[in-house]
Ligand binder design. Structure first.
Ligand SMILES: Cc1cc2nc3c(=O)[nH]c(=O)nc-3n(C[C@H](O)[C@H](O)[C@H](O)COP(=O)(O)O)c2cc1C
Length: 417
């Protein structure tokens, strides 16, 4: 009864007209059926977040809200019963397997870097049904990042601006915490990716040593490593996307990778490069080719942009004026275009990971069609909540069924010729 009346209120107040159909269907059912529907239906879970979670967030500083959500997820995933509840509520119920780098991903959708920099809620991400999680950016040294406030929400544009500046516990502490995690819980059931950043105090010409040290310390705990030379919030970091900087970092990281593999009698791990969207198509192709020729196993497209959309909504202007990188909806088209550009220039033998503005299955499908084998999101989770994974994966599954294709792999790059 209570749930029915809550849902009725949502409906009466609802401006989310697109979701009325499913809510109406629900209030006609018994409370037991309603409860089942709430847990099973990603749309109603999303409406719940939009109507209860998001308004609460509006009253909180963005970074504090983020910290609280992360702590809540960590707490909720700390015992088997609440983990089961998370799984029941959020885990997709369809399978869309994707093979990459010797792993089978349960579906193509994972968590982007920056959300869980210090790997605090690994069990929670797994329980909510993501197919992989990228921790970090981790830097060799622990650092506090830029002064606060440094993270801002633009609700109308569904965008974030951040200038965090690689605040993280540093490679040593994170190594110890991953070691503890594995001792207590075993290895995570989904691949863990590690985003490698550069410590602010390390000069650019020693950047390779900074990335290499973090890689060495975290090698045993990560399944894939991403060299991030594209954060706009560490001074001059993006200069490392040029030939000399990138080549030197890649060669050094590949050497560390081989050493670790030989030492631990294992295979070298995939090393990818993550690049910025603020460049021309030719520059992007040049960087991608340099990365590929120098041993990178794939590319992540893309990091946040320093550009701002023209004529923002008045409510968003003060956020757009903030210095930092923008993510979310305004980045969507550009990151998809980057995926298409790289796919057309390099072909299908070099994996592309698509990230930027994914907020529903359509956004995800477009990135796969453009050439992305796996996808990630950050901002989408802030605006849509944890049910985003289910929405995206169930939506992709429907699209696949109504297409002439049998697997996601067949869709990758379909519109890129
Ligand atoms: C607050 C915040 C912190 C981020 N930190 C990192 C980071 O440490 N390393 C990185 O490669 N990307 C970082 N990103 C970028 C995201 O991983 C992603 O590339 C970008 O947000 C675009 O995806 P989205 O539109 O789904 O948010 C960060 C993004 C945000 C919003």
């Amino acid at each position: 009864m209570v749930i029915s009346s809550v849902l009725r209120r949502i409906l009466l107040n609802s401006r989310a007209a697109g979701h009325r159909g499913s809510v109406i269907r629900m209030i006609r059912r018994s409370p037991g059926q309603v409860l089942k529907d709430v847990f099973r239906n990603p749309t109603t879970m999303g409406v719940g977040y939009r109507w209860f979670g998001r308004p609460l967030l509006r009253f909180q500083d963005s970074e504090k809200a983020h910290g609280r959500s992360l702590s809540l997820l960590r707490l909720a995933s700390s015992n088997p019963i609440s983990r089961l509840a998370l799984r029941m509520m959020y885990k997709p119920r369809v399978s869309l397997p994707v093979e990459l780098f010797g792993h089978e991903y349960i579906h193509p959708f994972g968590l982007a870097a920056g959300m869980d920099k210090n790997a605090k809620a690994l069990l929670g991400w797994e329980a909510t049904g993501l197919s992989f999680v990228e921790i970090g950016g981790v830097t060799m040294l622990e650092q506090g990042g830029n002064p606060q406030p440094r993270m801002f929400r633009a609700p109308h544009a569904q965008a974030l601006v951040n200038r965090m500046g690689f605040n993280n516990d540093g490679s040593q502490k994170i190594q110890r915490s991953l070691e503890r995690h594995i001792k207590r819980h075993g290895r995570l059931g989904i691949p863990v990716w590690v985003n490698l950043g550069k410590s602010k105090v390390t000069p650019l010409d020693e950047a390779h040593l900074d990335y290499g040290t973090t890689l060495e310390r975290l090698w045993s705990y990560g399944d894939v490593f991403v060299i991030n030379v594209s954060s706009p919030n560490t001074p001059n970091l993006r200069e490392l996307q040029d030939d000399e900087g990138l080549t030197r970092i890649l060669h050094h990281c590949l050497a560390v990778n081989d050493e670790q593999a030989a030492y631990l009698d294992a295979k070298p791990k995939p090393i990818l490069v993550k690049v910025a969207p603020d460049m021309t198509g030719e520059q992007l192709v040049h960087i991608a080719k340099t990365a590929k020729e120098n041993g990178a196993d794939g590319i992540v497209l893309s990091n946040t942009t320093v550009d701002r959309p023209e004529s923002p909504h008045p409510r968003d202007v003060s956020v757009f004026d903030q210095q930092g990188g923008m993510s979310g909806q305004p980045l969507k088209e550009r990151s998809t275009a980057m995926i298409r550009t790289v796919r057309q220039a390099i072909g299908d033998g070099w994996p592309i990971i698509g990230v930027g503005g994914i907020a529903n299955a359509q956004d995800a499908w477009e990135k796969i069609e453009a050439g992305a084998t796996l996808l990630q999101a950050y901002s989408g989770f802030v605006f849509e909540g944890p049910s985003l994974t289910k929405q995206v994966v169930h939506g992709l599954s429907k699209r696949l069924k109504s297409s002439e294709h049998d697997s996601i792999a067949e869709v990758v790059g379909r519109t890129s010729g």
